[in-house]
Design a protein around this ligand. Structure first.
Ligand code: FAD
Length: 435
C-alpha cells in the first residue's frame, strides 16, 4: 500500500476536530507556509447541511463568551447566533436548602453570560464553513484503525467499519480528536486518570408553560446536579411535520418555549428515567426541580450519557497531541468541555501558525509551548467544574449548611460572583485573549 504524506492529520471530525480544521485552514490562507492537512472522520457527510455524525445530535451546548469570540474569528458566529438563546441570568439553588443565588449579567457589566445552541446547528455551521475552505482535506467514511510512531511523525492505517485496511497516511503531527471513543491513545500506551462520578446525565428538551426569560438554572440535589438551559423558541412550520431535531416536540405552526435539560442522577436510576412515560418523567422532573421555571408540559427525546472526569496522563509527544474529549472529558453540568477544548484548539492552531519550517510542526518545542500556554486554563476549568460538583454533590449536613451560606454570600460578594462566572463563562486565563 502506498503511504500518502501529510503534514498534519486530525483524527476525528467532531466538534473539536472540525473547529481546529477550520482554524488551520484560515491561518494557512494568511501565511506563506503551505501545510498538507487532512481530517479523518468515520461518518459520511451527506452534504454541507447534513451529517450522520452523532456528535451533532439533539443535544445542546452552552457556549461561553470566549467561544463567541472565537466563532466570530472563524466567521461562523452569525449563522450560529440566529438559532441561539442568550443566558442573561443564572439561578443557582440547592434542593431542600434555603440558600440560592441569582447572577445577572448586566449587573456584572456584561450583555450575557453565553448562549445555548443545539449541536445540530453547530455541526451545520462548522460543516458549511469547512466546505467553503480549500486548505484542509476531508477523508470521510474511514476511521483510523492504528497509529505507529516512525521517524518524523506517525504512520496511520485507515479502514472502514469492517476494519479492512484501505489507506495509509504519514503525518508529521497527528492531532487525536476522536472524542475518547476509540482507543488510539491507549494503543500508544497513554493512560487515563478516571474519576467516575457513578452518575449518568439524562438529557432532553423540555417544553415550558411560559418563557424561560433567558435564565439558566443550575440546581443541586442530594443525588446530582441539574442544568436547565434556555433554548430559542421553537416555531414549527405551518402545516408541516414536527421538526427533526426535536421530533417529539412542537405542534405545527405553534410557538413553544423550550429549555435544554441536563439531569445527572446516580447511574442505577438512569434506565428508569428513559423507560417511564413522558407524563411520569415530567411529573418526576417537576417534583425535583420545583416550579421556578413554570410548568413542564412536554419532553423531547431522552438520551443518557455516563459521566466521568477523564484526563490523559500525557497530552503530547513528538508528532502527537490529544485534544477535546480524548485529552480531558469533563462533567457536562458546568458546560465547559467544548468551550475549554475550543480554546485549546485555537491556541494549538496559533502555535502552528507561528512555525517557520514544516519540520517544526510536530516538534516537542512547539507542542510543549502549546501545552504551557493552555495548562493554567485547563487546570482552572477542570478543577472549577469538578470542585463545584463535589461541593454540591455532598450529602453531609455541615457541607449542606455551608453551601447555603456559600450561595447567599455569593449573592453578596461581588468578587466571588465574578470568580464563579469566570469559571462558568470560560473567560479564565489565556481565554481572556479571545475577548
Ligand atoms: C450531555 C452533555 C452535555 C454537554 N454540554 C456541554 C456544554 O453545554 N458546553 C460545553 O462546552 N460542553 C458540553 N459538553 C461536552 C462536549 O460535548 C464535548 O466536550 C465535545 O463533544 C467534545 O468534542 P470532541 O470533538 O472531542 O468529541 P466528539 O464530538 O465526540 O467527536 C469525536 C469524533 O471523532 C470521530 N472518531 C471516533 N473514533 C475515530 C477514529 N478511530 N478515527 C477517526 N475518527 C474517529 C467520531 O466519529 C467523532 O466525529 C457536553 C457533553 C455531554 C455528554
Amino acid at each position: 500500500m502506498i503511504t500518502e504524506p501529510y503534514d498534519i492529520v486530525i483524527v476525528g471530525g467532531g466538534l473539536v476536530g472540525l473547529s481546529l480544521a477550520l482554524a488551520l485552514g484560515q491561518s494557512q490562507s494568511k501565511t506563506s507556509q503551505r501545510l498538507k492537512v487532512a481530517v479523518i472522520e468515520p461518518y459520511p457527510m451527506m452534504s454541507a447541511d447534513q451529517s450522520a455524525n452523532p456528535s451533532f445530535d439533539a443535544r445542546s451546548t452552552a457556549l461561553s463568551y470566549s467561544t463567541e469570540r472565537i466563532y466570530r474569528r472563524l466567521g461562523i458566529w452569525d449563522g450560529v447566533v440566529s438559532s441561539a438563546a442568550a443566558i442573561r441570568r443564572i439561578h443557582v439553588s440547592d434542593k431542600g436548602q434555603w440558600g440560592a443565588t441569582r447572577l445577572v449579567a448586566s449587573e456584572q457589566g456584561m450583555d450575557c453570560y453565553g448562549y445555548v445552541v443545539p449541536n445540530e446547528v453547530l455541526g451545520r455551521n462548522l460543516y458549511r464553513a469547512f466546505h467553503q475552505q480549500r486548505q484542509v482535506e476531508l477523508v470521510a467514511s474511514l476511521k483510523v484503525s492504528s497509529m505507529v510512531a516512525q521517524s518524523g511523525g506517525y504512520l496511520l492505517t485507515l479502514g472502514d467499519s469492517s476494519d479492512i485496511p484501505s489507506r495509509q497516511l504519514s503525518a508529521r503531527l497527528v492531532v487525536v480528536t476522536d472524542g475518547g471513543r476509540s482507543n488510539l491513545a491507549e494503543q500508544l500506551g497513554i493512560s487515563y486518570k478516571v474519576s467516575d462520578y457513578h452518575q449518568h446525565a439524562v438529557i432532553a428538551n423540555i417544553g415550558l408553560s411560559r418563557s424561560h426569560e433567558e435564565i439558566a438554572y443550575e440546581r443541586f440535589t442530594g443525588e446530582g446536579a441539574m442544568a436547565l438551559l434556555p433554548l430559542a423558541d421553537y416555531i414549527s412550520p405551518p402545516g408541516g411535520e414536527n421538526d427533526v431535531s426535536d421530533s417529539t416536540m412542537g405542534l405545527a405552526g405553534k410557538r413553544e418555549f423550550r429549555s435544554a435539560l441536563v439531569w445527572t442522577v446516580p447511574s442505577r436510576q438512569a434506565p428508569g428515567l428513559l423507560e417511564i412515560s413522558d407524563a411520569d418523567f415530567l411529573a418526576r422532573l417537576q417534583k425535583v426541580f420545583g416550579h421556578r421555571a413554570g410548568r413542564f408540559i412536554r419532553v423531547g427525546e431522552r438520551h443518557t450519557y455516563p459521566l466521568q472526569l477523564k484526563t490523559a496522563s500525557e497530552q503530547f509527544r513528538q508528532g502527537l497531541v490529544l485534544l477535546g474529549n480524548s485529552a480531558h472529558t469533563l462533567h457536562p453540568v458546568a458546560g465547559q468541555g467544548y468551550n475549554l477544548a475550543l480554546r485549546d484548539a485555537m491556541t494549538l492552531a496559533e502555535c502552528i501558525r507561528q512555525t517557520t519550517t514544516v519540520e517544526q510542526v510536530g516538534s516537542l518545542e512547539v507542542l510543549n509551548h502549546y501545552f504551557e500556554m493552555q495548562r493554567a486554563d485547563q487546570a482552572r476549568t477542570i478543577m472549577g467544574s469538578d470542585g463545584l460538583l463535589k461541593l454540591f454533590g455532598s450529602k453531609a449536613s455541615w457541607i449542606r449548611q455551608a453551601r447555603s451560606l456559600g450561595l447567599v454570600s455569593l449573592n453578596l460578594l461581588g468578587l466571588a460572583k465574578e470568580q464563579f462566572t469566570e469559571v462558568a463563562m470560560g473567560v479564565s486565563g489565556v481565554a481572556r485573549e479571545w475577548r
